[in-house]
Design a protein. Structure first.
Length: 227
């Protein structure tokens, strides 16, 4: 039975939350295709007994397409471990005993089968990071209280912000939520701009005056009001 995690899974190498189960990476990046083709034509000859003729032709084709990520996530196949023993029995004579290479093939097939079985379980449990490419098995036994609070995903941060609206407000320029303490800077309290937007507005004002500052505010507001 697969483990369930109460907190977002993060890559242990780069701490990114852009991770997916290896099985999902493989299946989502693999697709099959099939189709049919047809052709026809007319031919005739000028010499001998060649006669005009009309011909028709056609065929079907099918295959599998895979992305590079899907190829990397694909589990080790079982078929080599089955094909080799069957081939040995087919080509062995009725009265022939198993020689060195036959036993060698059986051993290799057995080792391949064990490796494929182990990779199959890893295929179901491993996760892959889209950012750095690392594969890992999440620690499902780690208590939720042991998780570092600064490693929460943006979705959880937004949920926390929604539950704490009474302790803050949104910046009137960028629209992002900030605690009330973020609007208390300089010689004024309860400002409507966050410190970052206040800084960027001053830079725009210094370069182009009041018109540039107004243009900056309207540009930033249109970004979040139109989403």
């Amino acid at each position: 039975m697969r483990a369930k995690w109460k907190t977002p899974i993060k890559c242990p190498s780069c701490s990114s939350t852009a991770v997916r189960r290896r099985e999902v990476v493989h299946k989502s990046g693999t697709s099959t295709y099939s189709g049919r083709s047809s052709s026809r034509g007319f031919s005739f000859g000028f010499a001998g007994k060649a006669r005009p003729r009309v011909w028709f032709g056609g065929g079907s084709h099918s295959g599998k397409r895979q992305s590079l990520k899907a190829q990397e996530a694909e589990p080790l196949p079982f078929w080599p471990a089955i094909i080799v023993p069957i081939t040995i029995f087919i080509f062995r004579g009725e009265n022939d005993s198993f020689g060195f290479w036959s036993w060698f093939g059986f051993v290799v097939s057995g080792l391949w089968f064990l490796a494929a079985m182990a990779d199959y379980f890893s295929y179901r449990d491993e996760w892959s990071c889209s950012k750095c490419g690392a594969t890992f098995v999440p620690d499902s036994n780690k208590p939720e209280n042991d998780r570092e609070p600064d490693k929460l995903t943006e979705d959880i941060k937004m949920a926390q912000e929604d539950t704490n609206q009474e302790n803050g407000k949104a910046c009137s320029i960028c629209g992002k939520w900030h605690p009330n303490s973020a609007f208390e800077y300089g010689k004024r309290e309860n400002r409507s701009y966050c410190p970052q937007c206040n800084k960027e507005e001053k830079i725009a004002y210094s370069k182009g005056g009041a018109e540039a500052a107004t243009e900056y505010r309207e540009k930033m507001r249109s970004k979040w009001k139109n989403t």
